[in-house]
Design a protein around this ligand. Structure first.
Ligand code: HT7
Ligand code: ZN
Length: 881
């Protein structure tokens, strides 16, 4: 497989104005008749041949303007259909046979259990029919779907239902028309025996929209939360972005076999059932929040992605970064803004920064790829959203909204680029984003090294800021970026007023204690006047830029920020930094053969937090959750190499010390945070459960007797959040017998609920101890596991590789071999999932000694296999470079 490059982009030689598709669905194949109204693109080079994309298709016939083509008039390869000579405008008709039943890649048209469904983004449509499968070719679609009426009573596609007919052979047909021209990746079809819940929404312009969520009959009671989330999203997009829904129908369908979370097909969103179905008994608080966020995300794509789409797949972040930013703001408005920010910053720092430091590092707008499916990444999505957030910060809310209005107005119905988005923001605001554009083209995580210098006599404080960015594959030298650095100065009695030298106070903000510094140079100094006391700088407030911040805070300064800063993110970050410095110290003691001693300053600061009933319990929980072993390993790798065992031992020692030191406070917190109202996934209850269940984790470590609390909670829990939290504690900290009993009882209780059983698989994947790998291998054979289902693979195999570091990195290399075997088994069957599973192995350079060597050896073994899919090939070859 070879790479394609952004610099090689050319407009399509042909455009398709109208696409008519007729599907005949049968039990062992499907027939697809396509009629394409094509014309030469006046903006392209003249004289090019017509080359359509097509994969795994059996061409039955082809006609041009009604005339059947002879064999020598066209040519086929594995991926293309070329017609040598065509007029400037014509109709092309093809009939193809496909086999959805055998399609295990879950791209194109496939079967999930009893239903037919599609997934066309990014390049799946070419597995349905011959087409110009690229996002800058937009057509109006008319689709008819015919199938057996008893097995598939529901037949759906995009747009409006314009006709239906019962046929005499037990079959029926539905006709759909989508008036909005769209690229093929937004096409969708569903046929199945589905039930629906129905509701309606009246738009700000008075349009009555019929809303439906289609599910299997057994799941009808799990749709309310998604429906409510949909209506909230529709209102929010009107109020915050002025975006109104544009059709009379909005459908969501839940499917069990799905490679990602959901898909924003025009008016027919298809969801992984794990991202739409909810009930208090079967879904955790986190699950409820995920459903709300993903429903919103897909809905918001109707404007940011569908009405205005991407010119090519290098621009993926145009729709994904912007839409993630939009959904993050929506979630912040629906719940706790600070907690949401902390959660997002955690994902960035633990996972996206790791991607930036790994062999697949790429800018949010990649320059090249072999397989675009490999670029649905945290970088494109989450860092892309951070880049949009920085534009929001630099322009401020009002100008940002003007920019977004201009962008939608200017480009409605077009396929455009990230550059078009930035230009709209500049044009609407007058802000120059020239240097800022580097965020789109430069990969890697910038480092801001900051130090402060206080001159007591002059009452002057100097903040020296240096920015740098480590090299990434193919990008050795980095240019300085425009980085918005939000900050304040903390004094003994709170925030100090900020007076930047040579700059008049800003009369508009009214707040003279908070500033956004514009860092533009490799080295820059900001001078503050009239600073009456030596301050502690409060930096990167609100995680104002996706950078690593380095400032040599003392532990005392971190305690001050953690307890007294105005900004929730900075308070949380200070707690994390304090914990990390203690963890590193303890790891050093362990490696030096000394008994671990945990700094009492840290233990006391945590206890004070826990005892302060005035604080938001959700934030206290976030602050007292220690950084994970994976994140510690990433940081250790930057210092020369991670040692999985000592990291684990250090973390366990610090957890235990904190558990024992604050045992009474943990017990009090556990008792105080009981939720007595009926379950609701709302902020106050979620916060209480979060802190209570964290307390349970610490209590189980403080003393084995406290496992009794977990067992009692497990037996009496009235919701999945509490039951699963208790199960995790028992399976991590209980005896073998206690663990087995709880796991068995959980399975007996929930065996008919697929999504709960997946959680059960994931809990077991993380069970510590030598037996872990054997247990996971055993579960591959369990009736509850199915290698064809991505959710189950993610739960069990992903759960082991990412959630059980000590056993995944076991000294005999068995964990790596196990993961390699699964990747090998999925390489052809489901390349997207196989490729994603490779991620933990690609980090081999982070691990000191034999572990890194064995990880690399497993990658080399895989790389030598015949018939690698492009997805797996790309990740392997880049990881071994
Ligand atoms: N835009 C959607 C992307 C997507 C996808 C991509 C590759 C393979 C399968 C997929 N399923 C969905 C999801 C989103 O960002 O909204
Ligand atoms: Zn998206």
């Amino acid at each position: 497989p070879s790479a394609i490059y952004l610099k090689d982009y050319r407009p399509p030689a042909f455009l398709i104005q109208r696409t008519r598709l007729a599907f005949d669905l049968y039990e062992d194949h499907a027939l697809v008749a396509a009629t394409l109204h094509i014309r030469r693109n006046p903006a392209a080079e003249p004289g090019e041949a017509l080359v359509l994309h097509g994969q795994e298709l059996e061409l039955l016939s082809i006609a041009l303007d009604g005339r059947e083509l002879a064999g020598q008039e066209y040519s086929l390869t594995d991926d293309t259909l070329q017609v040598a000579s065509v007029p400037d405008q014509f109709t092309l008709t093809t009939r193809t046979r496909i086999r959805p039943q055998d399609n295990t890649s879950l791209e194109g048209l496939y079967k999930s259990r009893t239903m037919f469904c599609t997934q066309c983004e990014a390049e799946g449509f070419r597995k349905i029919t011959y087409y110009l499968d690229r996002p800058d070719v937009m057509a109006e679609f008319e689709v008819s779907v015919e199938a057996d009426r008893a097995r598939y009573p529901v037949l759906l596609s995009n747009g409006n239902l314009v006709g239906s007919e019962v046929l005499d052979n037990g079959r029926h047909r539905a006709d759909w028309h989508d008036p909005f021209p769209k690229p093929a990746y937004l096409f969708a079809l569903v046929a199945g025996d589905l039930r629906s819940v129905e509701d309606s929404f009246t738009t700000c312009g008075g349009r009555e929209v019929n809303l439906r969520i289609f599910v299997e009959e057994k799941d009808l009671d799990k749709c309310d939360h998604a429906m409510l989330s949909l209506k909230k999203s529709m209102r929010w997009d009107e109020e915050v972005y002025g975006r109104e829904y544009d059709l009379d129908i909005f459908n969501i369908v839940a499917v069990d076999d799905f490679n990602m979370g959901a898909m924003e097909n025009k008016s027919l969103n298809i969801f992984n059932s794990s991202c739409v179905l909810c009930s208090p008994a079967t879904t955790t608080d986190k699950g409820f929040q995920t459903v709300e966020a993903i429903v919103a995300h897909e809905y918001f794509h109707n404007w940011s992605g569908n009405r205005v789409t991407c010119r090519d797949w290098f621009q993926l972040s145009l729709k994904e970064g912007f839409t993630v930013f939009r959904d993050a703001e929506f979630s912040a408005d629906m719940g706790s803004r600070t907690v949401k920010r902390v959660e997002d910053a955690t994902v960035m720092r633990t996972a996206q920064f790791a991607e930036d430091a790994g062999p697949m590092a790429h800018p949010i707008r990649p320059d090249s790829f072999i397989e675009i499916s490999n670029f649905y990444t945290l970088t494109v999505y989450e860092k892309g959203a951070e880049v949009v957030r920085m534009i929001h910060t630099l322009l401020a809310a009002e100008a940002f909204r003007k920019g977004s209005d201009l962008y939608f107005e200017r480009h409605d119905g077009q396929a455009v680029t990230c550059e078009d988005f930035v230009v709209a923001m500049e044009d609407a605001s007058g802000v120059d984003l020239g240097q800022f554009r580097r965020w789109y083209s430069q990969a890697g995580t910038p480092v801001l090294s900051v130090n402060g210098e206080y001159d007591a006599d002059a009452e002057r404080y100097r903040l020296h800021v240096r920015q740098s960015c480590p090299p990434t594959p193919g990008q050795a030298d980095k240019q300085p970026l425009l980085i918005p650095l939000a900050m304040g100065l903390l004094g003994d009695a709170g925030n100090l007023p900020l007076q930047l030298a040579g700059q008049a106070p800003d009369p508009e903000t009214g707040d003279n204690t908070h500033l956004v510094l514009r860092v533009t140079e490799a080295e820059q100094t900001f001078v503050f006047e009239d600073v009456r006391e030596p301050p502690v700088p409060s930096l990167l407030r609100g995680f104002s830029a996706p950078v690593r911040l380095e400032y040599a805070y003392s532990r005392g300064e971190l305690c001050a920020l953690m307890s007294r800063d105005d900004d929730g993110f900075v308070r949380w970050d200070a707690a994390q930094q304090l914990a990390l410095s203690v963890l590193e110290e303890v790891e050093g003691q362990i490696l030096g053969g000394d008994a671990p001693v945990v700094d009492p300053l840290f233990l006391d600061a945590c206890t004070v937090l826990l005892e302060d009933a005035s604080l938001d319990p959700a934030m206290v929980a976030e602050m007292l959750r220690l950084p994970g072993e994976g994140y510690m390993a990433e940081l250790a790798a930057r210092r020369g190499g991670a040692r999985v065992e000592s990291i684990h031992l250090a973390r366990e020692a610090v957890l235990k010390a904190l558990a024992e030191h604050a045992e009474n406070a943990w017990l009090d917190t556990y008792r105080r945070n009981v939720v007595s109202e009926p379950y609701a996934p709302e902020a106050t209850q979620v916060a209480a459960r979060s802190l209570r269940n964290l307390s349970l984790e610490y209590l189980a470590l403080a003393r084995p007797e406290h496992i009794a609390l977990a067992r009692a909670q497990f037996a009496s829990a009235g919701n999945m959040t509490d039951q699963l939290a208790a199960l995790r504690v028992i399976s991590q900290r209980g005896s073998d017998a206690q663990r087995d009993e709880a796991l068995d009882s959980f399975y007996r209780q929930w065996q008919s609920e697929t999504l709960v059983v997946n959680q059960w698989l994931q809990v077991q994947a993380a069970v510590p101890g030598e037996q872990a790998l054997a247990r996971v291998r055993g579960l591959l054979e369990h009736a509850a596991f199915d290698l064809r289902n991505p959710n189950k693979v993610r739960a069990l195999v992903g759960g082991f590789a990412n959630g059980n570091p000590l056993q995944f990195h076991r000294a005999d290399g068995g964990g790596y071999g196990f993961l390699g075997e699964i990747i090998e088994a999925l390489n052809i069957r489901n390349p997207q999932i196989a490729s994603r599973l490779l991620t933990p192995l690609t980090r081999w350079r982070n691990y000191a000694g034999e572990q890194g060597v064995k990880m690399r050896a497993e990658l080399e073994r895989l790389a030598a296999l015949p018939d690698l899919s492009p997805d797996v090939f790309e990740v392997l070859s880049k990881s071994l470079e």
